[in-house]
Design a protein around this ligand. Structure first.
Ligand code: GLU
Length: 190
């Protein structure tokens, strides 16, 4: 059973996100990660070890920002490996997408039952996948529906999802906003 945390602040939010993950550790997990909005870009650190190691990576890589999301993963689709750990990014469509800055960062708790069909549709539109997770389809789906308002894009995306989920998402072009959505899985707003 995994956990997600997201927050927006005027200060560096990473210590709060890591403390959130520490409080969720008791639920069990196989990998963890954090992403922030930093200097106009998306930046992340991920680990297949404990939150303590993620914290060391975050310090070494100087991951800090006022807007961010974090995740402890219990793998259901794709092995417990760094490339499958959340947060997942969408860089937009195109073979060269991975070389471009990330546009959407997303964490997810749950299972998307129709992810194969969604993935095939997104691949046909040029989206390149870098994980085996069901989660990555949501990041690309939100990106494909984005037209300047993240809340609108997430509302449109969740209409296409079948399954149980809680998600937290942010976008490169909206530095002070995290959008959450849930169906079947719990999500608390504070
Ligand atoms: N189904 C997603 C995955 O395998 C999320 C699992 C979870 O809830 O941690 O990455």
């Amino acid at each position: 059973m995994c956990g997600i945390v997201g927050a927006v602040s005027t200060k560096n939010i990473v210590p709060v996100l890591l403390e959130g993950l520490r409080r969720l550790e008791y639920r069990g997990y196989d990998s963890c990660g954090v992403a922030v909005h930093q200097g106009g870009q998306l930046k992340r650190a991920r680990s297949t070890s404990r939150v303590a190691e993620l914290e060391a990576n975050v310090k070494a890589e100087e991951v800090q920002g006022g807007t961010g999301i974090a995740h402890t993963r219990w793998a259901t689709h794709g092995a417990p490996a760094v490339h499958n750990a959340h947060p997942h990014f969408s860089h937009g469509p195109g073979a060269d997408a991975q070389e471009r800055p990330g546009r959407v960062a997303l964490v997810h708790n749950g299972i998307i039952e129709n992810y194969e069909e969604l993935r095939a549709g997104l691949q046909a539109r040029g989206y390149v996948f870098s994980s085996q997770t069901d989660t990555e389809v949501i990041a690309h789906l939100v990106d494909s529906l984005y037209d300047g308002d993240l809340f609108d894009a997430v509302k449109a995306a969740v209409k296409q999802l079948h399954g149980a989920y809680a998600i937290a998402v942010f976008h490169k072009d909206e530095p002070h906003r995290v959008v959450g959505a849930r169906a079947g899985s719990p999500l608390i707003l504070g």
